[in-house]
Design a binder for this molecule. Sequence first.
Ligand code: URA
Ligand code: SF4
Length: 183
Amino acid sequence: MYNNWEELEEAIKDCNKCKLCRGRRNIVFGTGNKEAELMLIGEGPGADEDIQGLPFVGKAGQLMNKAFIGLGINREEVYIANIVKCRPPNNRDPEQEEAMACIDYLRNQVMLVKPKVIILLGRIALNNILGTEYKITASRGKVIEKKGITYIPTWHPAALLRDETKKIDFWNDLKLALNILKK
Ligand code: URA
Ligand code: SF4
């Protein structure tokens, strides 16, 4: 673990710890306020993220931005990162081996940001952070406390694109996070 952002960013720069390094254009490290109270964790970069080197800038990200605006969340005020930092080919799920190779970077980011609340976006984030015993359907919208951090699992924004009825859950889960932060 690195105690500062410079060393962490330097360490990941040419990372080839897993095979996802072969297909990437850019490492998508993470973005936002490095002292954020609210952090959001996704799965991994898609095509747009790979090109721009930034998380959640494609269709799913734009939908998430709309929810942010509606709820008065400033995207620059939160911190956004992913389980894997390089794009899985054809947007497949990251494999266990790849997530394991990459997750220390994310844990280091969490250690440096020190968020109060972490929103886990979808099954991959939930299972890699809290464990495979958690099911996304049963866990979403629940408040899970662990080691001084409050976790709230919710749908992945891409799931909202496939199923509009999930939007209200997503909105409520973000609102729940904001309410916890207000306390
Ligand atoms: N989906 C993710 O999980 N992360 C991104 O950064 C973009 C889409
Ligand atoms: Fe390294 Fe993570 Fe990219 Fe794999 S996904 S090459 S571990 S930065």
